[in-house]
Design a protein around this ligand. Structure first.
Ligand SMILES: NC(=O)C1=CN([C@@H]2O[C@H](COP(=O)(O)OP(=O)(O)OC[C@H]3O[C@@H](n4cnc5c(N)ncnc54)[C@H](OP(=O)(O)O)[C@@H]3O)[C@@H](O)[C@H]2O)C=CC1
Ligand SMILES: O=C(O)C(=O)[C@@H](O)[C@H](O)C(=O)CO
Length: 276
């Protein structure tokens, strides 16, 4: 199965489908990521917050897969925004991962109340220039946060990783990102179990028409919109199911019917106002 590669605005490529490890138990992470690598995933999305970077690194180390075939993302937690604190947090992440470099490093949340995301971004530029990070990006940034970064730095983020699924499709933010060269990544792509996405008639009908599961239909919806996506599962069977999405294609009508599920309903924190 060949996962499409997307070229980012800095020339690096990222596998469009990956594996996310939020809420993967640190004790179980090595085994679960090993399952994902055996299934064929080559893109792993973790974060300092998840406390499972060691498990991700252990799975990578024991996989025997050449480093250049893997794409590893990790994220800077909010309390480490700044300059020296960024370098320290990055050192801690790469040590836990056991890697010389990460492919993509993200500011996890803008936390506008701290007013440190521009300073943090300048530290990210230095990390990128040092070669220890290939691409730099952001997560949970709203349009205004992106505009400020672009105005006050020389680097347009390679990606913006945001809550995105059929019930919260983020069309305007996606389109704005595209207009300035930022690729969109979906977090919570299956709705994190917060919505009955799999019971939505448009999802169920598309799944039935192609003889696939509702989760596979939803993952196809992300892929066909050109979005980068990394569903999480603890179960090898579902890890494999979520990767088996390149043998069918939704029709334009099926995509449009799933688009119509959008109710602008955020399930996670509000990046403008929530403080954590
Ligand atoms: N930047 C940010 O702020 C955030 C980033 N993320 C990233 O995005 C990734 C994906 O989002 P996540 O929050 O994990 O949520 P997802 O939308 O990927 O949903 C995961 C849930 O769906 C279930 N599931 C997975 N596959 C299937 C399937 N085929 N059929 C039925 N149920 C299924 C899982 O259960 P089970 O494990 O039992 O299979 C789990 O409960 C994260 O792992 C993380 O890497 C997530 C949240 C915030
Ligand atoms: O999973 C992540 O990457 C997150 O940032 C979220 O879980 C976030 O921290 C949150 O939901 C806090 O309640």
């Amino acid at each position: 199965m060949t996962v499409p590669l997307i070229t980012l605005n800095d020339g690096h490529t990222i596998p469009q489908l990956g594996f996310g490890v939020y809420k993967v138990d640190p004790i179980q992470t090595e085994r679960i990521v090993t399952d994902a690598l055996e299934v064929g995933y080559r893109h792993i999305d973790t974060a300092a917050l998840y406390q499972n970077e060691e498990g991700v690194g252990a799975a990578i180390a024991s996989s025997g897969i050449p480093r250049e075939e893997l794409f590893v993302t990790t994220k800077l937690w909010n309390s480490d925004q700044g300059t020296q604190s960024v370098f320290d947090a990055f050192d801690a992440s790469v040590e836990k991962l056991g890697l010389d470099y990460v492919d993509l490093y993200l500011i996890h949340w803008p936390r506008p109340d701290l007013d440190r995301y521009v300073e943090t971004w300048h530290a990210f530029e230095q990390l990128r220039d040092s070669g220890r990070v290939r691409s730099i990006g952001v997560s949970n940034f709203q349009r205004g946060h992106l505009e400020r970064l672009v105005a006050e730095s020389d680097t347009v983020p390679a990606v913006n990783q945001i809550e995105l699924h059929p019930a919260f499709a983020q069309v305007e933010l996606r389109e704005f990102g595209e207009s300035i060269g930022v690729r969109t990544e979906s977090w919570g792509p299956l709705g994190q179990g917060r919505y009955d996405l799999f019971g939505e008639p448009a999802v169920a009908a598309a799944a039935q028409a192609h003889g696939v599961s509702p989760a596979q239909a939803v993952i196809r919806w992300h892929l066909q919109h050109g979005i980068i996506v990394f569903p999480k599962s603890n179960a090898r069977e579902r890890i494999a199911e979520n990767f088996d999405v390149f043998g069918f294609e939704l029709t334009a009508d099926e995509v449009a019917a799933i688009d119509a599920i959008d109710r602008g309903q955020r399930g996670g924190p509000n990046p403008d106002t929530d403080v954590f």
